[in-house]
Design a protein around this ligand. Structure first.
Ligand SMILES: [Zn+2]
Length: 443
């Protein structure tokens, strides 16, 4: 609560004061990393960088970007010497697309600061601690479940009810909607893909939508068509928030809904090119983050695999926290082709699938030259219609991806969610081929 109170105040500070606080915290973290973290000491010594060379976020480019592969290979050297083990919590990334990654975070960073940033994001959506929330997510035992401090936080949110996202089906959806309505939540929250399954059901069945004050989505990029579906169904503009498994809440929408305010008091966000150099505002690049409260396993300039650009100018809400524009997917949303094209899944123009009578879909790039499109049609199809559908989908996406990618279309009854309960539309199992960086943007 103390952390939340601080964040409630600092969000209204002028830009310079926020930057000053950020720089002080950054200097402290860098000194700590040099003195206590073997990985960073070796890195800085090798580059001739002294801790006092890094005074502000702009100086961070003296250090390289830290990738998931770096973390996987150097877990023990990234842990701070002498940091009390009992203060460390283990975390694992979902691993829904790539390889899972284990990492450590401190209690302070995850439970105190991380949760405070999430609470502030809810406050921006008009929901305060103790207000009823329905969260549609996967019920699963988590590593934090046994933690007493975590339990206290959960009790604090005792009105936060979880609806299991793994059990969403045509037969269960009427009851899910009924239960949400009966709890009269102030906020409905979940992955965009999950809430859209509920939203589509409400829209198509014509049953009244549960009354909610706000819809808060996170964990995945919110696509434009999802945003308008949620807005139409729930009658309120959804709030999207950007977080990661490793750094927790990073940036979130305010009620102006013009980009994501970075929680700059706690997190340094840089937008960089492929060489790790910061790009100017307005230009798209990779999001790298430094969590200023992570002293157990500091991750400095950590590559999130997501992309965005910095917005210029003041926000209508009056907060001077810097803003990111749209957040563009995980690497799993980017498809690569043998000829070196890089195609964002956002350019897939999925409206055509709706026109073809497809209710749900998933694109899986299983090899550099092969993409499987799984589709669930609205109605059962005659063999003739099925053949036409397959041909239409193939033709459309061959033109998007190029002739060197073979497309296979599978008509299925159901698309399984990931172990974390995410309903992914795009999965790429192919990583970026080295040296092939031609970005294809097809809007
Ligand atoms: Zn704002």
């Amino acid at each position: 609560m103390r952390s939340l109170q601080e964040l409630e105040e600092s969000q209204w500070w002028p830009c310079e004061r926020i930057q000053q606080l950020q720089s002080e915290r950054l200097q402290r973290l860098i000194h700590h990393a040099y003195e206590r973290v073997r990985y960073y000491r070796a890195l800085m010594d090798a580059r001739g960088v002294s801790p006092s060379d890094i005074r502000t976020a702009a100086d961070l480019s003296l250090l390289p970007v830290l990738t998931k592969t770096d973390v996987r290979q150097h877990v023990s050297e990234l842990l701070a010497d002498g940091f009390p083990r009992r203060e460390l919590l283990v975390g694992r990334t979902g691993g829904s697309t790539g390889e899972p990654l284990s990492f450590y975070s401190s209690r302070e960073s995850r439970l105190s600061r991380g949760i405070a940033r999430a609470l502030r994001a809810y406050e921006w959506a008009g929901t305060y601690p103790g207000d009823p929330i329905v969260s549609v997510s996967r019920r699963r035992p988590s590593d934090s479940a046994k933690d007493p401090q975590f339990q206290r936080v959960v009790r604090f949110f005792s009105r936060n009810v979880v609806e299991d996202s793994a059990s969403l089906s045509d037969s269960s959806l009427p009851f899910v909607v009924q239960r949400i309505a009966s709890r009269r939540p102030r906020t409905l929250t979940g992955f965009p893909s999950t809430l859209c399954i509920i939203g589509e059901f409400i829209r198509d069945s014509g049953i009244p939508a549960p009354e909610v004050n706000a819809v808060v989505v996170g964990g995945e990029q919110l696509l434009d068509e999802q945003r308008s579906l949620l807005r139409d169904v729930f009658g309120t503009e959804p709030f999207s928030k950007y977080s990661s498994f490793e750094s927790f809440d990073i940036a979130m929408e305010c009620n102006a809904h013009e980009g994501f305010h970075i929680a700059a008091e706690d997190i340094v966000v840089e937008i960089v090119d492929d060489a790790g150099k910061p790009v100017e505002p307005g230009r798209q690049g990779r999001i790298v983050v430094t969590n200023l409260h992570e002293y157990g396993m500091p991750l400095i300039r950590y590559d999130t695999d997501d992309e965005s650009s910095l917005l210029e100018g003041a926000c209508a809400c009056g907060r001077s926290l810097p803003r990111l524009s749209t957040i563009i997917g995980k690497t799993g949303d980017t498809f690569y082709t043998p000829s070196g094209k890089r195609v964002s899944a956002r350019s897939f123009r999925t409206a055509i699938l709706v026109e073809l009578g497809i209710r749900r879909f998933q694109f899986v790039q299983d090899r550099l030259d092969h993409v499987t499109v799984k589709v669930v049609p609205n109605d059962s199809l005659s063999p003739g219609k099925a053949q036409k559908l397959v041909a239409a989908v193939k033709a459309h996406y061959s033109s998007t991806l190029g002739g060197d990618v073979e497309i296979r279309v599978d008509i299925v009854d159901r698309i399984e969610p990931t172990p974390a309960g995410k309903h992914l539309f795009y999965i790429s199992k192919v990583t970026r081929p080295p040296g092939k960086d031609a970005l294809v943007s097809q809007k």
